[in-house]
Ligand binder design. Structure first.
Ligand code: HEC
Ligand code: HEC
Ligand code: HEC
Ligand code: HEC
Ligand code: HEC
Ligand code: HEC
Ligand code: HEC
Ligand code: HEC
Length: 437
């Protein structure tokens, strides 16, 4: 062979190798850093990953952690997880409700309040009571709807547990219905170590770690086992039932039904501590007819239906567990999805440009990932505007709206247009599989 031919062939080979490498990168590049997480063998539903040193530890509170973990403490302190329950003696300005307009038949007064629960969407009020010698709390009969700026009646025994308690807030202790999720330490050890969601709600009891940090570790929901990791969040961010209802009726457990996975500690298998919230294909007060959440606190119920959950992506791939700053919120926008996804890649979107995928201009609101894949379809209270974004991620079609009365992404934004209008557009875009035939 002539020297020149060899040279040309070599250049060609290098070029082909280069192009192939580029194509492979384009197809898989961005997801490669997550491959270890995604391909690791998962431990299975019932395996306990809590460090053995935590088994006989107890809850000590966040103050103990501060001196050694200053940075995490600060990140957490500024987050909403610390704002949920506020002691109004320590912080009287925590009350957001307008008590000048509190209806006269309310079963509480401003002076009775010990704690407030919530701020952003709604606020409820806790009063201390004595139930047969045990300190407990009850929730007032009115709640402040922050979104609508008005009082609305509140019954803590509505919905699924109306047959589990007396229908009277002042007879129902928050120890049964709220405190597992709204105090730290109550879920498993029935002690209100600290109001709100503090360190040990996610890391488990840390009394031994605080004494011998290197020898006695605590649970860290790292990416080791993705499902066990998301469960740390789903102990609270999910609607479930008392585990005992698998073998008992509400009547058997009258007055003692728990609305949280009692006994659970981070690292333990969550399925051992809760019964799945029932859904049999019909709309309920919690779910639309296609099984997607209709209320707040359904992130876990939605997320377990997503391909991302099934393939091992976790809550903390998208949410910083301490700051809780949502990586999609400005200024990151779509970039927080695009840290894994890219156009024409193996995990999608399969089209080669944003316009080809969304059929909207690149800078249109109609091209924002979360507007189509996480439309706001859930509500905090029946009268509130829909502000809760779904965590199912799969696209909800106009056809599903017809079948299940679940809002779809297109018409949530194009509110003045009909379902048929959206279906017509989808048909034009070559997506006729979602159009009612
Ligand atoms: C006396 C100092 C000290 C105190 C108090 C302390 N820690 Fe630590 N913590 C450490 C040190 C040191 C490490 C690193 C241990 C290692 O990697 O060997 C650590 C590691 C951790 C880790 C990571 C565990 C892992 O597997 O990587 C978490 C989570 C943690 N601490 C949480 C807490 C919490 C929650 C509290 C409060 C209840 C707390 N710590 C109190 C010193 C402390
Ligand atoms: C012990 C219960 C509990 C656990 C565990 C928990 N959360 Fe929360 N989370 C809450 C409550 C309650 C709120 C509402 C706080 C409020 O509005 O004042 C909340 C709020 C949030 C918010 C909204 C913040 C905002 O600015 O609006 C995000 C995001 C969040 N949690 C993510 C997570 C993630 C991720 C995990 C797991 C690493 C987790 N949570 C674990 C109870 C919990
Ligand atoms: C809502 C749940 C949640 C709360 C509340 C929380 N953490 Fe964490 N923490 C996590 C998760 C999840 C990780 C693992 C993050 C990762 O691997 O990316 C973590 C990691 C850590 C680590 C290890 C950091 C590292 O680089 O390995 C420390 C230390 C820690 N947390 C301390 C704290 C302290 C102290 C508090 C309270 C002031 C606290 N955490 C509150 C969920 C939480
Ligand atoms: C299984 C855990 C769990 C139980 C039980 C629970 N909550 Fe919550 N609650 C949450 C989580 C998680 C959020 C925040 C996420 C969301 O709303 O989507 C929340 C949000 C709230 C909010 C709104 C916060 C805001 O800033 O607007 C209020 C008020 C509230 N809960 C009160 C209660 C009361 C009162 C009870 C008992 C009758 C109760 N919760 C029982 C987990 C729970
Ligand atoms: C693929 C990314 C992704 C994953 C995975 C994910 N989230 Fe989110 N989450 C988001 C985005 C985006 C928002 C909306 C942010 C906004 O409005 O800016 C959000 C919002 C939230 C909120 C606030 C809800 C409200 O009503 O304001 C909570 C709470 C939350 N997520 C919890 C969770 C929990 C718990 C998990 C795991 C079960 C989880 N998320 C998994 C991306 C994710
Ligand atoms: C940490 C990496 C990662 C991040 C961040 C991420 N994704 Fe994903 N996503 C994946 C993987 C992996 C899959 C599964 C791909 C498959 O099934 O082929 C997936 C699948 C999907 C799917 C397919 C449908 C389904 O049921 O889940 C949609 C839609 C999606 N992601 C949207 C989003 C949006 C919107 C965001 C940003 C809020 C986001 N993703 C952020 C990794 C990620
Ligand atoms: C205008 C609505 C809309 C917007 C905006 C949108 N998507 Fe989609 N997405 C869809 C629809 C519809 C599908 C289903 C496509 C199909 O099956 O042909 C889909 C499918 C997907 C899938 C599954 C794989 C595939 O290609 O079918 C992923 C991943 C995805 N989108 C990610 C994203 C990301 C990341 C963004 C932001 C850059 C985004 N989407 C913006 C409507 C949208
Ligand atoms: C978050 C808001 C948003 C979502 C979600 C959204 N769009 Fe749009 N859409 C827009 C905006 C804004 C325009 C104006 C033109 C532009 O910016 O591209 C538009 C333009 C259009 C147009 C062309 C203009 C017209 O009025 O005839 C059609 C057709 C359309 N959208 C259909 C859909 C369909 C179908 C879906 C669901 C797959 C969808 N849109 C989802 C905001 C949205």
């Amino acid at each position: 062979m002539k020297k020149k031919t060899v040279l040309i062939l070599s250049i060609l080979l290098v070029a082909i190798a280069g192009i192939t490498a580029f194509m492979i990168y384009k197809k898989y590049g961005k997801i490669v850093p997550y491959m270890e997480q995604l391909t690791k063998e998962q431990v299975g539903e019932n395996v306990n990953l809590q460090p053995t040193s935590q088994k006989d530890a107890h809850y000590v509170g966040s103050q103990k952690c501060q001196k050694c973990h200053e940075e995490k403490f600060k990140d957490w302190k500024d987050s909403y997880h610390t704002k949920m329950i506020q002691d109004i003696k320590a912080n009287p300005s925590a009350i957001v409700g307008d008590f000048a307009t509190l209806p006269e038949d309310a079963d509480f007064k401003k002076e009775d309040i010990v704690y407030t629960i919530g701020t952003k969407f709604k606020q409820r009020y806790m009063m201390e009571v004595d139930f047969n010698g045990t300190k407990d709390y009850v929730v007032g009969s009115y709640q402040w709807n922050t979104q609508l700026k008005k009082w609305q009646p509140y019954s803590s025994t509505k919905d699924w547990y109306q047959d589990a308690f007396e229908n009277n807030n002042s007879k129902v202790g928050t120890s049964k219905t709220c405190d597992g999720c709204h105090f730290t330490g109550f879920m498993s050890q029935e002690k209100r170590t600290e109001p709100s969601v503090s360190c040990e709600a996610c890391h488990g009891p840390a009394s031994k770690h605080a004494l011998h940090p290197e020898q006695d570790l605590v649970y860290k929901a790292s990416n080791a086992d993705p499902k066990r990791s998301s469960e740390v969040c789903m102990q609270c961010h999910m609607r479930n039932r008392d585990k005992r209802l698998e073998t008992h009726t509400l009547k058997d457990l009258f007055g003692d039904v728990r609305d949280y996975p009692k006994g659970y500690e981070p690292g333990m298998p969550l399925v051992d501590y809760k019964k799945k919230a029932p859904f049999d294909g019909k709309e309920t007060s919690e779910f639309y007819g296609n099984g997607v959440g209709k209320k707040n606190r359904t992130q876990g119920n939605d997320y377990v239906q997503s391909m991302m959950y099934k393939h091992g992506i976790t809550c903390i791939n998208c949410h910083d567990p301490h700051k809780l700053d949502n990586t999609v919120a400005k200024p990151l926008g779509d970039a927080s999805c695009m840290k894994c996804h890219s156009f024409g890649s193996a995990i999608g979107p399969h089209q080669s440009t944003i316009e080809a995928h969304t059929h909207h201009k690149a800078d249109s609101k109609g091209s924002s990932c979360i507007e189509c894949h996480m439309p706001k379809i859930g509500k905090h209270l029946p009268e509130s505007p829909a502000t809760v974004r779904t965590h199912r991620f799969g696209f909800i079609t106009p056809d599903e709206t017809k079948k299940y009365k679940v809002p779809n992404a297109c018409n949530s934004c194009h509110q003045d247009k009909s379902l048929e209008w959206s279906e017509e557009a989808l048909k034009k875009w070559g997506m006729s599989q979602w159009v009612t035939k």
